[in-house]
Design a protein around this ligand. Structure first.
Ligand SMILES: Nc1ncnc2c1ncn2[C@@H]1O[C@H](COP(=O)(O)OP(=O)(O)OP(=O)(O)O)[C@@H](O)[C@H]1O
Length: 663
């Protein structure tokens, strides 16, 4: 049984409907140890025949059988295996991969063998030594002479230990010395037990082999056996091949990326800037949210629940309650809390204290002929934390706490305003009588402390003691019903439960209370901040769309530039899948590098910004967390994956013969 048998091979090319017959019934058998030369006129179909033998061309009539087994050219996988394990190709124009070194060019083929990494390197070096290039392994193809290039191509063709070496005019571009050397190598390959089939125009070259086949008009005109095939001994240690592992595609993609690093670095930078902006805005959102949380929690006890009347009588959720409470400023008369209502609140379980309070109307403070006016003076409740006092203590008896701004105005000094503590000031407060007519109360109170309103999240904190407020109200004939109640939950975890108990309370058949927790306020503020930072991140994200387009263009350019390489890789036995993976891997690596650069930029910038802002507010305002980092990496990979889809698909669909003939 012959190693290779061609039966009745017909091949035509079509230009429109016009058929041009190139091969008209070729029947040939080949065996191991033969060095066959195919001679024929130019355009006679020699390369076409080689492509059919090499498993690159699937569109022909007839059969190719290997060791008696007919190849099914409809089965792509079978053809991939055939090219990978059985065929080694040598071309007139060498077809080396320019961005790989000599050693790496040989390794491309070895990647599809079962050898260990060390064995692959050893074999590649060994093959290079056999073709006289032991000392050229680290060079790139453009640093070699034509003869040297052809010898690299021979080493590569032999690498996976194939049975058949196809050489399409292997000496066509070489001078006589190099021609001689290459022919000797091919002869040795045949002696080593392989079948060598070479296309040539040269009778002198053909005379070197064991057999000459002449093609005329697409048929075998002559089949001349010059000598017997070389006797071959069975080589028991054959190398078996397997499909290209994914890791090899990633390593190869990485090599190409680094080879083109100048061009790629701009794309990486462009994408990285988009990632950086997204990260920065998310980090700023986190930072601002936690700054606000920090500030509010330091002013108000987070276990505190503020309860106000609910004039609507409807059950209110958090946002509706906040809206309802806004009405207080327009018409405070609806917000008085009755004894029945206080008793209803007292039924709540899980509380540590319940304290009624007053929020009164406009007021003015005067000291040493200086005046300040504002609105919303309150009676003291335990919900105030000591953090919100810059100096002094909360008021008891005939005392008052005024805000820092008020103290500065009244003392006339932004440095010595604290000296007002212990001083008496005149206080005038406007409120309502029992019949809801205006009442004015005047008194003199001692300043016990100064509150800090510098955070900007609360308005002026001006507070009277509860007892003094109540006695002022009753002596002026004003209404003494409180208008808010502070309820303190025993635990932070219980806050929501306490709030919902009160929310559900009905007095006279109506939902009596609007309930606001610090958590609710924080939630509302944080929602706005998060919304703003998301919108900003999304705007920054648009730049990522531009990056995606840049990657698409780069990948298309890469496919165009590397068309020949794609043909070479397919001829070496890489599957369509491997080609698709090669380009996807390159794009993913671009995305990954961009993500890391974006992260680095964001990290450096956040250090700078935080240092600067920390001096002002004693807080790290950019807080990039792990979730942001993971998100940025995933977004970047996703973009690069999407960008790779079309170019990688295009690359994998290229016809290997067309790809090989690309310039
Ligand atoms: N893709 C194609 N489409 C149409 N015609 C083609 C195609 N490829 C080759 N041909 C034609 O088929 C014929 C055989 O081409 P082939 O390359 O096999 O010849 P060859 O014997 O190798 O020639 P040469 O010695 O000049 O390299 C030529 O006439 C060529 O123009």
């Amino acid at each position: 049984m012959s190693l290779l048998k061609l039966s009745n091979i017909h091949k035509s090319y079509f230009l429109g409907k016009e058929e041009s017959k190139v091969l008209n019934g070729i029947n040939l058998e080949f065996n191991t140890g033969e060095f066959v030369s195919i001679l024929g006129e130019s355009g006679g179909g020699k390369s076409t025949l080689m492509n059919i033998i090499g498993g690159l061309d699937r569109n022909f009539d007839g059969q190719v059988a290997l060791n008696g087994e007919v190849l099914d050219h409809r089965k792509e996988k079978q053809l991939d295996n055939y090219r990978r394990g059985t065929i080694g190709y040598i071309y007139q124009s060498y077809n080396l991969i320019t961005h790989l070194t000599v050693l790496e060019n040989v390794l491309v083929s070895l990647e599809m063998t079962e050898l260990s990494h060390a064995e692959k390197i050893e074999r590649a070096k060994d093959l290079l030594a056999q073709v006289g290039l032991a000392d050229q392994a680290k060079k790139h193809p453009n640093q070699l002479s034509g003869g040297q290039k052809q010898r690299v191509a021979i080493a590569r063709a032999l690498a996976s230990d194939p049975d058949i070496i196809l050489a399409d005019e292997p000496t066509g571009a070489l001078d006589s010395v190099n021609t001689q050397e290459v022919l000797e190598i091919l002869n040795k390959i045949a002696k080593d037990g392989k079948l060598v089939i070479a296309v040539t125009h040269s009778q002198a070259v053909a005379d070197h082999g064991t057999r000459i086949i002449r093609l005329v008009d697409g048929q075998v005109e002559d089949d001349e056996h010059l000598k017997d095939p070389y006797k071959t001994t069975n080589n028991p240690t054959r190398i078996t091949s397997h499909p290209l592992p994914a890791s090899a595609s990633y390593i190869s993609a990485f090599r190409h990326l680094m080879y083109n690093i100048k061009q790629n670095s701009l794309i990486i930078l462009g994408t990285a800037i988009g990632i950086f902006a997204v990260l920065l805005f998310s980090g700023l959102g986190n930072g601002i949210n936690s700054y606000i949380n920090d500030q509010i929690n330091s002013l108000v006890n987070p276990r505190t629940i503020t309860v106000m009347a609910n004039p609507s009588g409807k059950k209110l959720n958090n946002t509706q309650a906040q809206r309802e409470i806004q009405q207080f400023n327009q018409d405070p008369t609806n917000f008085f809390i009755s004894k029945d209502q206080i008793n209803a609140i007292k039924k709540t379980t899980g509380t540590s204290y319940i304290q009624a309070g007053y929020q009164l109307g406009t007021y003015s403070l005067s000291y040493n002929n200086k005046n300040v006016s504002s609105s919303g003076i309150q009676s003291y409740t335990k919900s105030y934390t000591s953090n919100s006092l810059t100096k002094g203590s909360w008021p008891t008896g005939k005392e008052i706490v005024i805000s820092k701004n008020q103290a500065i105005t009244l003392s006339g000094s932004s440095k010595n305003y604290r000296s007002l503590i212990g001083k008496s000031i005149n206080v005038t407060i406007n409120w309502l009588s029992n019949s809801n007519t205006p009442v004015q109360m005047k008194t003199a109170l001692t300043i016990s402390g100064i509150s800090d309103s510098s955070s900007g999240v609360s308005s002026e904190v001006t507070v009277l003691s509860y007892s003094e407020t109540r006695s002022l109200l009753s002596s002026a004939g004003a209404r003494t019903d409180p208008n808010f109640v502070v309820v303190n939950s025993k635990s932070i975890d219980g806050v929501n439960d306490v709030a919902s108990q009160i929310r559900k309370q009905k007095v006279n058949g109506k939902y009596a209370f609007s309930v606001i927790t610090v958590g609710d306020i924080l939630k509302t503020v944080n929602n706005y901040v998060s919304l703003a930072s998301t919108v900003l991140s999304a705007i920054a994200g648009i730049s990522l769309v531009v990056s995606a387009l840049m990657i698409i263009v780069t990948m298309y350019m890469s496919v165009a530039e590397r068309t020949k390489e794609i043909g070479i890789l397919r001829a070496l036995g890489e599957r369509r899948k491997d080609i698709r993976r090669l380009f996807t891997a390159e794009s993913l690596l671009l995305g990954l590098f961009s993500a890391f650069l974006g992260l680095l930029l964001a990290w450096l910038f956040s250090i700078l910004l935080n240092n600067f802002v920390y001096n002002l507010i004693k807080f790290n305002i950019v807080q990039i967390n792990l979730a942001n980092v993971i998100f940025a990496i995933l977004v970047s990979l996703f973009i690069s994956l999407i960008a790779a889809l079309l170019p990688a698909r295009k690359a994998s669909k290229l016809n290997p013969i067309d790809a090989l003939s690309a310039d």
